[in-house]
Write a protein that binds this ligand. Structure first.
Ligand code: ZN
Length: 427
């Protein structure tokens, strides 16, 4: 099926038509001929290149009660995503060619968005021996991003070896920066709020110390480092310094760290318990400015589905994590566009082009012009409404935004010309 997307504002600019044939954008302009194509009325809608997530937990294999590749990629499509990187901390861990190929194949079979598996850095995410990085890179899944996410690669020698190894195939090590000894038993950001609530504190330095070490290692080895879910103003300063020295480092921030602060913990509602923890209002402001000026390269959801019983319990024993695929674009609009920090071209860069570039996905994050694969998100930025957790497509409901009024709505998502979402409904 060919489509003519009529009157969309490409990256928020003047209205234009986009002609899609055989999975590719073949023309962009005004008054294009629609013969033989299904017309999609996109008047007033912003057209963005399909969103790309560098950090999604799909939970399959092992925790299919929380999410599956199919349910997670349906949620991704509903959020405007055409590609997600599936994190490796599954059961079994994605630390061999066999497991990453299984996840990759499940993604292809489901067909809602591209699933690019992330390989574990170490066997079993145990932090002791390198996983089969080369075999995963050479597999059908062509893994380029490696991460023990959920855990930090805390041993400096293992981290150095991983950086040296991935250089051979232009891979990147994505570090979950959390010094394990400094965060033993930690429940929330260490500060006035944790003291008032009597919850064990998670100091900013536990994140910053690892980032400082790793940017120096990446610089020494000359290999690519990516910092997952940056959460503190101090981390931003270290990354800014490292980039100024030419260090090959990139970084991501989550939507929830751009909008919520540690004051939320005052409710004792574990929906706000997340790793890394929500930080202070000053940290939130620093993260927003770092995303705007490019110190932080991209937005990544860290979509972390959990079943109800893991979250609806007391704070100390609740699982850490939040879902985020279906709310990411509205949250970024609220935190970055409504505040004047980013325009839609900036959003397209931070949520599509930059993550595709970091993950080395050549068919994603491309400009909306003739010759690009037709990965397109149509977004209506105008409606404001309360987030309804019960209406979500993810198998899990652990969203911190439930009941919060946010702008915007994804109207359509095209994956290589095929609509996965039309008129706000999964196809
Ligand atoms: Zn993590």
């Amino acid at each position: 099926m060919n489509h003519l997307i009529r009157g969309a504002r490409i990256l928020g600019g003047a209205p234009a038509d986009i002609l899609v044939r055989d999975g590719e954008i073949t023309a962009v302009g005004s008054g294009l001929d629609a013969s033989g194509a299904e017309v999609v009325d996109a008047a007033g809608l912003v057209a963005l290149p399909g969103l790309v997530d560098l950090h999604t937990h799909l939970r399959e294999p092992g925790r299919e009660d929380a999410e599956t590749v199919e349910s997670g990629t349906k949620a991704a499509a509903m959020g405007g995503y055409t590609a997600v990187h599936a994190m490796a901390n599954t059961d079994p861990v994605a630390d061999t060619a066999g497991v990453v190929e299984q996840v990759w194949r499940l993604g292809r079979e489901a067909g809602y968005c591209d699933v690019q598996p992330v390989g574990a850095v170490t066997r079993g995410i145990a932090g002791e021996q390198l996983a089969e990085l080369g075999a995963m890179a050479d597999s059908a899944a062509r893994v380029r991003v490696f991460s023990d996410d959920g855990h930090c690669v805390s041993d400096a020698v293992i981290m150095r070896r991983a950086l040296e190894y991935v250089k051979a195939f232009d891979g990147v090590v994505a570090q979950h920066a959390q010094e394990p000894r400094l965060t033993e038993g930690a429940q929330m950001n260490e500060g006035e709020m944790s003291a008032a609530l009597g919850l064990a504190g998670w100091p900013a330095v536990a994140e910053e110390a690892v980032i400082a070490r790793d940017v120096l290692l990446a610089q020494h080895v000359g290999s690519r480092l990516h910092v997952c879910h940056v959460s503190t103003a101090g981390s931003v300063e270290i990354i800014r310094w490292a980039k100024s020295k030419g260090c090959p480092v990139t970084a991501e921030v989550t939507p929830h760290h751009l909008l919520l602060d540690d004051g939320r913990a005052g409710t004792y509602d574990p929906i706000y318990k997340v790793n890394p923890p929500l930080r202070t209002t000053d940290d939130v402001a620093a993260l927003r400015h770092a995303l705007a000026d490019g110190t932080i390269d991209c937005v990544a959801t860290d979509h972390a589905p959990h079943p109800v019983e893991a979250k609806e319990t007391e704070w100390a024993v609740a699982a850490m994590g939040m879902i985020g695929l279906e709310t990411a674009l509205p949250v970024v609009q609220e935190a970055m566009v409504e505040t004047g920090l980013l325009d839609w071209a900036g959003v397209a860069d931070r949520m599509s082009s930059a993550p595709a570039r970091i993950g080395r996905l050549s068919g994603q994050g491309r400009p909306l012009e003739a010759g690009s694969p037709a990965n397109i998100t149509l977004y209506d930025p105008s409606p404001r409404r309360a987030v309804d957790a019960s209406a979500m497509t993810s198998k899990s409901r652990n969203t911190p935004f439930a009941g919060l009024e946010l702008p915007g709505r994804v109207v359509a998502t095209f994956l290589r010309g095929r609509p996965t979402v039309l008129e706000g409904k999964l196809q």
